[in-house]
Design a protein around this ligand. Structure first.
Ligand code: TMP
Length: 414
C-alpha cells in the first residue's frame, strides 16, 4: 500500500480495511473539511477541503478514515508542538513507572521514539536510560527537538529508515510510538520497521486514542485528516500478528480524551499474554456494534445543541471565544458551522499558531496575554482534553467571571 496523493485520495472506490483487507462499511460522514492543522495567514485563505468519512471493518474491528491525504503534504511543515502540560508530564511519569515495573525500561535501555515531535517524552526519559533517539518526519519540528540537544532523525519510520537507524545508532530495546500510529494510511509500514529493528527481547509500545472511548464519549472532533485509524484492541492485535509480534498488555491512560497503551513483544520471545488483552477484546465485542450504530445520531445532536447554545448567548449580547487551536477544535468548529462571526478569537499558547487564523472558520488565534486583555464571557474549550489544568489556570489568572462551554461528551457549561 502507498500513501495516496491528494487527488487520488478523493476517490471513494475500493473500500477495504487497511489492516486486514476485508470489506468495510461507512459509519459517519463529517463532510469535506480543511486539513485540521492548516492554520492560515489570512482569514479567507483556502487550504483546500478533503472528505472526512469513517468506516468500520466487521472482521477485525478496525475503524478508519476512508480518504487519506498524502503524508508528505501533511508533515512537510507541521503545526503541532506537544504543549507543556501537567497532565502530560504526569502521564510520562506513570508510563515510565509501568514500563520499568515490566522490565522494559532500565538504565541500560536504548529508547527509540517514533513521531517524537519536539521531544517532550524523550527529554523526560533522557537522564535515566542509556540512550534516547527520536524520529519524526516534520523538519520544522525536528529542528526544535535538536535545539534541545535531542538526537532526532528527520524521516518517516519504516523498514528503510529502520535499517539506517541500526547502522548509525544500533538496536533499540524499546521502541515507542505515541499518538502517531494512526497518522499514516498504512500502519503496516511502521510496524514492519519496528519488527525489523527491535532487539530480540525488546518491547514495542504504542499509544493512541482509544476507539471505544472516542465513540462512548462522542469525541467526533478526534476525527481529522491526520487520524487515519481509530484503534480497537482487536484491530491492533490483528495488525501486530501479521508482523510476528504479540500483544501482551493493554492499559488505559487519561490523556487525549482517553487513550490506550499497547505493549507488544516478538512472538519468538514467548512472553505471556496478560488477561487485560482478552478482557478489553470481550468488552469491545459486546459494545462496539451498539456504539457504532448510534455515533452518527449523537454527533448530529451535538451539532444542533452547540449551534443553538452559541446563537442564544450571542443574542443575549455575550462574547464567546475559544481556547485551544487544536486540530480537533477545527473539526468541531467547521462541522458545527461556527465562524469568526460567532467566536471572536481563539487563544493558544503555541507561538507558531499565534497571529494565524483557524482554517475555514477564519477565527484569529491570540496569545493568552492578548486574549485575556479583555476577557470574554464564555470560552468554548476546544482543547477539552486538558480541561482541568486549563480551567484552573484561567481561574487563577482571570478570576471566575469566564464560563466554559464543554462540547464533549454532551454540550454543557461549567
Ligand atoms: P492537542 O489536544 O492536540 O494536544 O492540542 C491542544 C492545543 O491547545 C495545542 O495547540 C496547545 C494548546 N494548549 C494551550 O494553548 N494551553 C494549554 O495549557 C494546553 C495544555 C494546550
Amino acid at each position: 500500500m502507498h500513501p495516496l496523493n491528494k487527488d487520488a485520495a478523493l476517490s471513494a472506490d475500493g473500500a477495504s480495511c487497511r489492516i486486514c483487507g476485508s470489506h468495510v462499511r461507512p459509519i459517519l460522514d463529517l463532510g469535506s473539511l480543511p486539513p485540521a492543522n492548516a492554520f492560515v495567514r489570512e482569514p479567507n485563505e483556502d487550504p483546500g477541503r478533503f472528505r472526512l468519512l469513517i468506516e468500520s471493518c466487521d472482521s477485525c474491528a478496525n475503524i478508519q478514515l476512508h480518504d487519506c491525504m498524502s503524508i508528505v503534504d501533511l508533515y512537510d511543515r507541521y503545526a503541532y508542538e506537544t504543549p507543556d502540560s501537567r497532565m502530560l508530564t504526569t502521564h510520562y511519569q506513570e508510563l515510565g513507572t509501568w514500563l520499568t515495573a515490566l522490565g522494559a525500561l532500565t538504565p541500560d535501555t536504548f529508547v527509540l521514539e517514533v513521531g517524537s515531535n519536539v521531544g517532550a517524552f524523550l527529554l523526560h526519559l533522557k537522564s535515566s536510560v542509556r540512550r534516547v533517539l527520536g524520529i519524526d518526519p516534520a523538519r520544522n519540528i525536528v529542528a526544535i527537538a535538536q535545539a534541545k540537544g535531542l538526537e532526532t532523525v528527520c524521516d518517516f519510520f519504516d523498514e528503510r529508515s529502520a535499517d539506517a537507524i541500526r547502522r548509525a545508532y544500533g538496536v533499540p530495546e524499546l521502541i515507542i510510538a505515541r499518538h502517531c500510529m494512526a497518522h499514516n494510511p498504512d500502519p503496516h509500514r511502521m510496524i514492519a520497521g519496528a519488527a525489523r529493528l527491535l532487539s530480540d527481547a525488546g518491547t514495542l509500545v504504542i499509544e493512541n486514542a482509544y476507539a471505544l472511548k472516542t465513540l462512548e464519549s462522542n469525541e467526533f472532533d478526534q476525527i481529522y485528516h491526520e487520524h487515519m485509524f481509530y484503534f480497537t484492541v482487536r484491530a491492533m492485535r490483528t495488525l501486530l500478528e501479521q508482523h510476528d509480534l504479540r500483544l501482551t498488555h493493554v492499559r488505559m491512560a487519561k490523556v487525549h480524551g482517553g487513550s490506550v497503551v499497547f505493549i507488544a513483544r516478538r512472538r519468538a520471545a514467548h512472553a505471556p499474554i496478560e488477561t487485560s488483552v482478552p478482557e478489553f477484546e470481550a468488552r469491545e465485542q459486546e459494545t462496539l456494534p451498539m456504539l457504532l450504530g448510534r455515533f452518527a445520531e449523537n454527533v448530529a445532536q451535538t451539532r444542533e445543541q452547540l449551534r443553538e447554545l452559541v446563537a442564544r448567548l450571542r443574542a443575549e449580547g455575550k462574547r464567546v471565544c475559544a481556547y485551544g487551536a487544536s486540530a480537533k477544535g477545527n473539526t468541531l468548529l467547521n462541522y458545527v458551522g461556527l465562524t469568526h462571526r460567532e467566536i471572536e478569537y481563539c487563544i493558544d499558547t503555541t507561538p507558531g499558531k499565534q497571529g494565524r487564523y483557524l482554517p475555514l472558520s477564519g477565527i484569529p488565534i491570540l496569545s493568552e496575554e492578548r486574549g485575556f486583555g479583555h476577557p470574554p464571557d464564555f470560552l468554548l474549550l476546544t482543547a477539552w482534553n486538558y480541561r482541568d489544568e486549563i480551567i484552573a489556570r484561567i481561574r487563577e489568572r482571570v478570576g471566575s467571571s469566564i464560563r466554559f462551554i464543554l462540547p464533549i461528551p454532551r454540550v454543557h457549561i461549567v
